[in-house]
Ligand binder design. Structure first.
Ligand SMILES: Nc1nc2c(ncn2[C@@H]2O[C@H](COP(=O)(O)OP(=O)(O)OP(=O)(O)O)[C@@H](O)[C@H]2O)c(=O)[nH]1
Length: 401
């Protein structure tokens, strides 16, 4: 899935310059990543635009004192409530298209209101207002930065509305009307070009950032996979000896710092040579996997560690243990493996011998001490007839049970 997204991002980076939208999968991600920020931007920009729009009442007062009341009604009775409803809707998580359409429609309504105020005024200065019509385009195309399709549509609609009011207006001569139309058209072209550039660069920066993010995630994922491979025994899937060496040091230091007991089991399959010779190496491998899995079933997940120490010998590391819990783990594992009932070469089934040790580390000891006393206990278990667990003699006096 991530691979597909990365490929789609890379393909989108080379899309034709005139295509703003991304492929569907990237467009969805773009919306998901940017919609909250865009909503916030539109809300703030919308409020600023509305406040300034309303402040133009002062302009009305200067230019057309005779129709102040009409202007006030249009600004405060029509435009302001409509804009507030629109902003409220934008805040309520509209779909991307509805969000842009709502803002574009508000803008067109602003144009309609301004044209009405202008048209209903008989003041000889009213035509001056036409020079500020271009500001509406600045608001939509630059301040709101409407998505280009919506910017284009709203600019065209505003142009039509403005023309429909300016052309038949009888209190202004043709020169002013032509000037107004030319000024508006050129404002539309400039602001639309700027709008296109803004959206194009916003989208391009987003793509580059997303590509870096996805690449970094992929690299992290590969690293984690490599780390897992480097600490895992490929045959059985349990930890390998390299990981054991690291973890033994770590757990030893933790036990030393926390004054806790560290337990260890050294487990060896009995007469495995006979099994191998009789069934062959492949069956021997399968047996090793089964035995390792069974060990995993009897330990505390995320706490204890099963390790393939080498050949048919395993080690289990038991942090925060006690003598009795170490011995109980040894018995559970030994009995569990016997219960697998894997037929041995001769009579009977596959069994294991276990050497168990548990001690409270102190500064004078090395971590290897624990391993060597557990190993010595394993030797005892083998000597005593196999298929049994032997606990190493207690180190440095009695340990808590
Ligand atoms: N199939 C398989 N066999 C292995 C692997 N590693 C070690 N062995 C075999 O494990 C056997 C170990 O035999 P020994 O060390 O003689 O011990 P044992 O026969 O288990 O006898 P005791 O430990 O004394 O009970 C040998 O036959 C090795 O070839 C492995 O990765 N796969």
């Amino acid at each position: 899935m991530k691979e597909t997204l990365l490929q789609a991002v890379e393909a989108d980076l080379f899309r034709p310059w005139y295509r703003l939208r991304f492929s569907a999968v990237v467009e969805d991600r773009f919306e998901a990543d940017t919609s909250a920020r865009r909503r916030r931007h539109l809300l703030i920009a919308g409020i600023v635009a509305l406040v300034i729009y309303d402040l133009y009442i002062l302009n009305d007062y200067v230019i057309r004192p005779e129709s102040m009341q009409t202007a006030a009604w249009i600004r405060f009775g029509l435009m302001t409530p409509a804009a507030i409803v629109a902003l409220y809707c934008v805040r309520r998580r509209l779909s991307p298209a509805m969000r842009e359409a709502t803002m574009a429609a508000t803008l067109v309504l602003g144009m309609l209101c301004s044209s009405l105020i202008f048209y209903l005024s008989r003041s000889s200065y009213s035509f001056l207002d036409t020079f500020s019509f271009g500001l509406i385009l600045v608001v939509g195309n630059i301040l709101f930065s409407l998505r280009f399709g919506f910017a284009l549509a709203s600019s065209l609609l505003c142009g039509v509305i403005m023309t429909a009011f300016v052309v038949p207006y009888s209190y202004t001569d043709s020169a002013v009307k032509i000037n107004t139309l030319v000024l508006f058209a050129s404002s539309a072209v400039f602001t639309l070009l700027a709008n296109f550039r803004l959206e194009a660069s916003e989208r391009q920066s987003y793509l580059l950032l997303l590509r870096e993010q996805l690449r970094a995630n992929a690299a992290l994922h590969d690293n984690q996979a490599l780390t897992k491979i480097s600490i895992t025994d490929p045959l059985t899937g349990v930890a390998n000896r390299r990981h054991f060496d690291t973890m033994l040091e770590l757990r030893w230091d933790e036990a030393l710092a926390g004054n806790t007991v560290l337990g260890m089991l050294v487990i060896d399959i009995d007469h495995f040579k006979d099994y191998n010779d009789h069934y062959g190496h492949l069956k021997g491998d399968a047996c090793l996997r089964q035995v390792a899995q069974e060990m995993q079933n009897h330990i505390r997940n995320e706490v204890d560690l099963v390790v393939r120490y080498g050949g048919e010998e395993f080690v289990v590391l038991l942090p925060n243990a006690s003598v009795s819990s170490t011995m109980r783990a040894a018995q559970r594992i030994r009995q569990g493996i016997e219960a697998l009932a894997i037929p041995q070469a001769g009579p009977g089934v596959i069994t294991v011998s276990v050497g168990a040790a548990a001690l409270r580390p102190h500064e004078s000891m090395e971590p290897a001490t624990l391993l060597s006393i557990a190993d010595a206990a394993l030797f005892q278990a083998k000597r005593a007839g196999r298929n049994r667990s032997v606990l190493a003699p207690l180190q440095d006096g009695p340990l808590p049970a």
